[in-house]
Design a protein around this ligand. Sequence first.
Ligand code: ATP
Ligand code: MG
Length: 400
Amino acid sequence: MNYDRILIRYGELSTKGRNRKQFITKLKKSILLSLKEFPAITVELSHDRMFIHLNGVPFEAVKDRLSQVFGIQSFSPVVRTGQDIEEMKAAALELVKRNFSPGNTFKVSARRSDKQFELDTNEINYAIGSHVLRNMESLTVDVKNPDINLLVEVRKGGVFLSCEKYPGAAGLPSGTSGRAMLLLSGGIDSPVAGYFMLKRGVEIEAIHFHSPPYTSERAKQKVIDLAERLTAFGAEIKLHIVPFTAIQQKIQEQVPENYTMTSTRRMMLAMADKIRQKRGGLAIVTGESLGQVASQTLESMRAINDVTSTPVLRPLVTMDKLEIIDVARKIGTHDISILPYEDCCTIFTPPSPKTRPKLEKVQRFESFVDFEEMMEQAVEEMETLQLPNEKIMDEFADLL
Ligand code: ATP
Ligand code: MG
C-alpha cells in the first residue's frame, strides 16, 4: 500500500468566509503551476481540504515544490481506506510497519470531520493504537513526543492515513490579494521584495528598466531568470521590459550630477505608475531598505515618492542586508543576482549622489525637459514577457 495522494491543509483560508471559493480555486491553480512538470497529477477540491492525486508520480518528487506554494499550511502523503474500522486497522498497521525502526515510539492522532462515523476520536485512537501495538512487539507508546505520529482523518469521502506531515509555506495563494507592479532590477533586493509580496497573495507584474547599449543582453536575461525563478512560488508573472536609455541620457545632460540618482528613481516610479494604471495594478513594490544606499534615506524616498500617490510598498524597509541575503539564498535568487552583468543604475550612478535631496530642486531641474513625453514613449515601446514561458503556459491551460 503506497501513498497515492497528498492531503493539503490550509490555514488562513478557512477564515476568509465568502471569498473561500476564489481562494481555493487560486490555490489549486498555484499547485498545478508549481507541479507543471508532472502532467499526470490532478487536484480534487473538497470543503476544507484539497487532495493531490499522484497518479503514479512518487511523493518525494513533488514534496519540495509543494513546500514552496503559498497558501498551504501543511501537507501529508496519505493512503485512503473506506469507513470500515477493520480496513483502517489493517492500513494503519502496514503504514507503521513501513515507517518503523527498532526502538521507535508511536501514537495515533485521529481527527473526525464526519461526525456520523460510529466511533469518536478517542475510540478511533484506542481501536487503531491497540491493534498496532498487539501486532508489533517492540513498539511502545509516547503521546508527547512520538517518533511515529500516525494521522487518521475520518471524512465523508473516506479515511486518510499517514505517518508524515510537512509544513507548507503558509501565506496566501497567488492572486488572492490583487495585483501590484514590482520594480525588478538585477540586484539582490528586489527579487526578495517580490517574494514577500507573493507570500501575501499579491499577483506580481515585474517592470525592468533596460538601457542598451550601456546594459547588455545578458543583464536583461538575468532579470528574466530572476522573474522566472519567482514563478516557482506558484505564480504566473508578466515581465515588462522598458527601454530607458534615452531618458537616462537626458537626465545626465540636464540634471546636476548629484541629483541624477534622484531623478532616475523618480522617472522609474512615474513610469511604473503609468504601467500600473494600464494594467489595473493597485500598488508598486520596490526592494528599498532604509539607509542601505544614498537613494534610500527617508529624504530620498520622499523626493522620489512625490511623483505618485499610488501606495509604494517596501517589504524590505526594515531589513538588514545580511537578512535579505539569507532570504535570497533560501529562495534561490541570490546566485542569479550576483552574476556580474550590470544594470542601468550601476552604470549611471554618480560618485556622490545627494543623500538628502530637496524636492523643490529636483522638480526645478526636471522642469526644463519634456520628460512626460519621453516617458509615454518608453512605455509605448516596452516589451512584455509571460513567465513561465508561453509554451509551458499553453500546456498548463489544458490541465485546468
Ligand atoms: P536591488 O538589490 O533590488 O537592485 P539596490 O540595493 O541596488 O536594490 P537601488 O539601486 O537603490 O537599490 O534600487 C532600489 C530599488 O529600485 C530596487 O530594489 C528596485 O526595486 C528598483 N530598481 C532599481 N533599478 C531598477 C531597474 N533597472 N529596473 C527596475 N527597477 C529598478
Ligand atoms: Mg540594484
